[in-house]
Every structure is written in structure tokens, then in C-alpha cells.
Ligand binder design. Structure first.
Ligand code: FE2
Length: 249
């Protein structure tokens, strides 16, 4: 009991320090590896899941939903949508086995369902009217570092459903060890890119007209227990509000 409390307290202190300094580039050299897991889902599951995502996007646009500029749907909203039956594939033992096998982390798991970032769906498209309105150019995130609200290591997972672009490389770019690592576009669809976004700078390059990208964003941790630090929790709520129009974290 005492040992557990001591471990939690040490993790809380380390997390607080980490979130204070990681945006200044103070990160762990041991957290710079990333993994690309090809063909993460069986082909027929992947195709059906992509079709469900496409249908969700077109029906939501018809309903004139008030999504943010990059069109993100958080986990809570996905559960109440036509996409809900597909979420179980990301929670399956086979899926979990692939992520654990690739990273070598035996306790790696999706964060709890209470977190809307556990599984979310992101849509990116190029400007509808060339350069007239930059708000429609995907989310245009520049190089940034994520925050972490989990006591364990945080792993971001990007499962690409559609990468319909003119580039030879992924719109997602990572900067492990300060060096830009590009990922080939070939084979990107139905792959899962796993990286520690609170230790590795990353960005999504702007989309050109007629380009389209649809990804599932997954959040994992090797110790998926949320911090009790109220400042960190409040920070995450603000991020969720900006991203999904939803304060729940
Ligand atoms: Fe990020």
C-alpha cells in the first residue's frame, strides 16, 4: 500500500516537471523511438471501417455540424454515432497484441473510455476556395509537443484510413532526436504510427486543394491512470474544448 502511494506520488511529481519543461525541448532521449505497424487491421475490417468513416463525414456535413476547422470527432461523440460498432476492433486482443509486440511494452493499453481522446476521428482536406479561407486547410498544426495527463508513458497512435495526397511522404511528420523523420505514403493506409508525442515534436503539413486525409487518433499508456493534478486536468479540458467542442477529458 505504502509502496503504491509512493510510486503514485513520484509519478505525479515527475509528470508535473515533465509537462513544465517538455515544450522547451527538455525530453527523454529514451522516448524518441517511433513504430509503424503495417496492416494493423484485417483487410476487410479496414475497408468497412474506412467506409463507415467516410459515411460519417458526409452525413455530418449534411447536418451542418459545428465541428472545429480540422473536423474532429471525439470518442464520446463517436460512441453515439454510426461509427460505434467499429470501435471494438481497436479494443480487441489481436489489436492490443500488435501494439505490445511492436513496442515491446507488455502493459501498453488504450486509455480508459472516460477520456474522449482514447479514440477519435480526424478529417483533413485542402482549401475549398484556393487561399481564400485558411480555416478549411485541415488543422494546420505546426511543430508542437503534446501534454501528458497519465502517470505512465503516453503513446499517441495514428491509424491512417485515407491519405489521398500528391506527396510521396505522409502529411504527419515527426522529429525524433531533433531530426525530421519522414514516413513514406506508400503502405500508410491501414498502418498505425506509434510515437510519444509529449517527447517528440510533430506536425501535420497543410493540405493542398483536392487532397484528403482521414485518420483515427488513438491514445495509449503503459500505466493509464490519470493525474489528479487539477492544473493538468484543466489544461486537458481546454484542449478538448478547442479540439472537439467538448470539455470532458
Ligand atoms: Fe499533437
Amino acid at each position: 500500500m505504502f509502496q503504491h502511494l509512493a510510486r503514485v506520488l513520484a509519478a505525479e511529481i515527475a509528470l508535473h516537471k515533465h509537462n513544465k519543461v517538455n515544450r522547451q525541448g527538455v525530453v527523454s532521449p529514451n522516448a524518441q523511438h517511433f513504430h509503424v505497424i503495417k496492416d494493423i487491421l484485417p483487410e476487410h475490417v479496414f475497408k468497412d471501417l474506412r467506409e463507415a468513416a467516410n459515411q460519417l463525414q458526409s452525413s455530418s456535413i449534411r447536418e451542418d455540424s459545428d465541428w472545429r476547422k480540422g473536423q474532429a470527432i471525439g470518442g464520446h461523440e463517436l460512441k453515439g454515432s454510426g461509427f460505434a460498432p467499429w470501435l471494438e476492433h481497436m479494443s480487441s486482443a489481436a489489436f492490443q497484441h500488435r501494439t505490445r509486440e511492436a513496442t515491446g511494452i507488455e502493459t501498453l493499453a488504450l486509455v480508459p473510455e472516460a477520456d474522449t481522446n482514447r479514440i477519435s476521428l480526424l478529417f483533413y482536406s485542402g482549401p475549398v476556395f484556393a487561399a481564400a479561407d485558411t480555416d478549411v486547410q485541415g488543422d494546420g498544426t505546426d511543430w508542437h509537443m503534446d501534454g501528458n495527463i497519465y502517470l505512465g508513458d503516453r503513446w499517441a497512435g495514428i491509424l491512417t484510413l485515407v491519405e489521398d495526397t500528391q506527396d510521396d511522404i505522409s502529411k504527419l511528420e515527426l522529429q525524433p532526436n531533433g531530426q525530421i523523420a519522414t514516413i513514406p505514403r506508400a503502405g500508410l493506409e491501414n498502418s498505425l504510427i506509434l510515437f510519444q508525442g509529449d517527447h517528440v515534436l510533430h506536425r501535420v503539413r497543410a493540405m493542398a486543394p483536392d487532397e484528403r486525409r482521414v485518420v483515427m487518433s488513438l491514445l495509449f499508456s503503459d500505466w493509464p491512470v490519470r493525474t489528479r493534478n487539477p492544473w493538468l486536468r484543466r489544461y486537458q479540458s481546454k484542449v478538448n474544448l478547442a479540439f472537439y467542442g467538448n470539455l470532458r477529458s
